[in-house]
Design a protein around this ligand. Structure first.
Ligand SMILES: Nc1ncnc2c1ncn2[C@@H]1O[C@H](COP(=O)(O)OP(=O)(O)OP(=O)(O)O)[C@@H](O)[C@H]1O
Length: 308
């Protein structure tokens, strides 16, 4: 293996004649916040259920913590899952909900563990309130506390911000980042790339059950950044001209002929004019700007929508 604590190869799930996840390959490294992005119905929950041991794959392999899972399901016990409804008891308090879970885990020092969990998810002040009176964000944090009950190494959260108001979103986001700081590896799915980008360090785009792209945070930001792409006959000649005449100093030389300009005070026509006037011919110039959401849509549209 390659330092990955989760590795899936050619993982496929078929429901009758419908293939919902198709030959997915992924490696997840310890300490990562791995974002799985896909539109509704892309197969995110199905893929996460297989990784979390809630569903058998039709074919393919799962390696957890350097071991092929095969028939040995003990490795799944090191995963904490919040997939779909956390199954809370509305007439019980957060403490009571967690206590029921702690009993099912057979934990000895239940009260200590529960109080630590409540503190961790920021519900220690409201632990006596009945869950039916909780906000969606609080319920979601309690769901995360339940997922953390078995002290997992990996936390899998399926669309954890779905249906939350901005405050709930921000609370859950903060909690995810705090948990990650303790060294926990987190897999999180969403259909909103913008939101995922606030926490994830790596991204896989799932489309019609296929992983069509995997990006590090840096790669994704590069694809979505605002810049002017300039193609000239010789980049080394263009640079001093741009520096001197347009005060451009925020740029990157991509090749002998290509420059990316990040300064926002200049327009394409100014760059073209000053280069041509100083004897550098401009082959092309283009403003590159797209939001994360635009990028995601473009990427999934390029793959087509006709798989059904
Ligand atoms: N048990 C099942 N039997 C048959 N089809 C299923 C089953 N579970 C999921 N599907 C189908 O598989 C496809 C992918 O579903 P899945 O829930 O994994 O997608 P998703 O990306 O999580 O979407 P959403 O965000 O809408 O939940 C959908 O078309 C769904 O109807």
């Amino acid at each position: 293996m390659t330092g990955a604590i989760i590795e899936i190869s050619q993982l496929t799930k078929q429901f009758k004649s419908k293939e919902v996840v198709h030959k997915a390959d992924l490696k997840i490294v310890k300490g990562e916040i791995f974002g799985l992005i896909g539109q509704n119905g892309a197969g995110k929950s199905t893929l996460l259920k297989m990784i979390g041991g809630l569903m058998y794959p039709s074919s393919g392999e799962i390696h957890l913590f350097d071991h092929a899972v095969g028939e040995n399901h003990a490795y799944f016990e090191r995963m904490g899952l919040l997939i779909e409804d956390p199954g809370l008891f509305p007439h019980y308090s957060a403490y009571e909900n967690l206590d029921l879970m702690a009993i099912s885990y057979g934990l000895k020092d239940r009260s200590k563990h529960i109080n630590e969990l409540l503190k961790l998810v920021g519900l220690d002040g409201s632990n006596k309130t009945k869950v039916k009176n909780y906000s969606m964000g609080m319920k979601q944090r309690l769901g995360i506390a339940i997922a953390l009950m078995g002290s997992p190494d990996v936390l899998i959260l399926d669309e954890p911000i779905n249906g939350l108001d901005p405050q709930g979103i921000s609370e859950v986001r903060k909690l995810i980042l705090e948990l990650n700081k303790t060294g926990m590896t987190i897999i999180i799915s969403s259909h909103i790339l913008e939101e995922l980008s606030k926490v994830a360090t790596k991204y896989a785009i799932l489309h019609h059950g296929e992983i069509i792209e995997i990006n590090s945070k840096e790669e994704l930001l590069l694809k979505c950044e605002v810049r002017i792409e300039v193609e000239v006959d010789k980049a080394s000649l263009a640079i001093p001209i741009l520096e001197e005449h347009l005060n451009i100093n925020n740029y990157k030389v991509i090749s002998d002929r290509t420059l990316y300009v990040y300064d926002t005070h200049v327009e394409n026509h100014q760059i073209t004019k000053v280069l041509v006037e100083n004897g550098v011919s401009v082959q092309s110039i283009m403003k590159h700007k797209q939001s994360l959401e635009q990028y995601f849509l473009k990427r999934t549209r390029a793959e087509g929508d006709s798989h059904d």
